[in-house]
Design a protein around this ligand. Structure first.
Ligand SMILES: Nc1ncnc2c1ncn2[C@@H]1O[C@H](COP(=O)(O)OP(=O)(O)OP(=O)(O)O)[C@@H](O)[C@H]1O
Ligand SMILES: [Mg+2]
Length: 207
């Protein structure tokens, strides 16, 4: 059995990741592959409980980092790795790049600590492809404002100051520049149909 492909979606809040999950699922299914769509933090019953705490409960940056990796350990062990071993493709809305971006870039947690935790938790399980949805901060803020007007409650990360979100975006872009073979950066200021066409092309060409 050939191992499936592990695809992650990354980008600042409101960049358009979740919006494009259905189109990505369809593009993977069009290749004849089974797709498991999941998210972090979350993806398991324990992970979803930790997600609620992580998004809404005040805590230190170190506690936040450790809870992210606790949720990730269980998610990788019980969902991601078994799916890949079955030959399924895994589409994960945020993964470890988000921890480097938010807790590392945003909150100054030492990246060496993140390296150690990532090695422990999923040393042998890395994304094959990471889709970075990139938008300037002003676009992200405008999208979040309309979502909020429509009733969405913003979480702890979405309520952070602009300087925080700028550091998160810069960290994502630096990681993409450092690993150009794994990352694809999509200009998510384009209309959704254009974003979707680009994503479909990348899924189609993935070996
Ligand atoms: N290309 C686009 N053009 C215009 N609006 C968009 C586009 N993509 C997404 N949106 C809108 O922006 C808002 C945020 O999108 P979405 O929830 O997909 O972002 P996200 O990256 O998943 O954010 P979060 O990290 O907060 O989960 C939604 O209201 C969505 O409809
Ligand atoms: Mg989302």
């Amino acid at each position: 059995m050939t191992r499936g492909r592990f695809i992650t979606l990354e980008g600042i809040d409101g960049a358009g990741k979740s919006t494009h999950v259905p189109a990505l699922q369809a593009a993977i299914a069009a290749r004849g592959c089974t797709v498991v769509a999941t998210r972090e933090p979350g993806g398991t019953p324990l992970g979803e409980k930790l997600r609620e705490l992580l998004l809404h409960e005040p805590m230190t940056a170190d506690a936040e980092t450790l809870l992210m990796f606790a949720a990730r350990q269980e998610h990788v062990a019980t969902v991601v790795r078994p799916a890949l071993e079955r030959g399924d493709w895994v589409l994960c809305d945020r993964f470890t790049d988000a921890t480097y971006a938010y807790q590392g870039g945003g909150k100054a947690v030492d990246p060496a600590r993140l390296d150690a935790l990532a090695g422990w938790v999923h040393g042998d399980c890395h994304p094959d492809l990471t889709l970075l949805f990139d938008v300037p901060l002003a676009v992200s803020r405008a999208r979040l404002a309309s979502a909020q007007a429509a009733g969405r409650v913003l979480d702890r990360f979405e309520l952070e100051r602009d300087a925080f979100a700028e550091r998160v975006r810069e960290t994502y872009l630096a990681r993409a520049a450092a690993e150009p073979r794994r990352f694809r950066i999509v200009d998510s200021t384009q209309p959704p149909a254009a974003v979707e066409a680009q994503l479909r092309a990348w899924i189609a060409e993935l070996s």
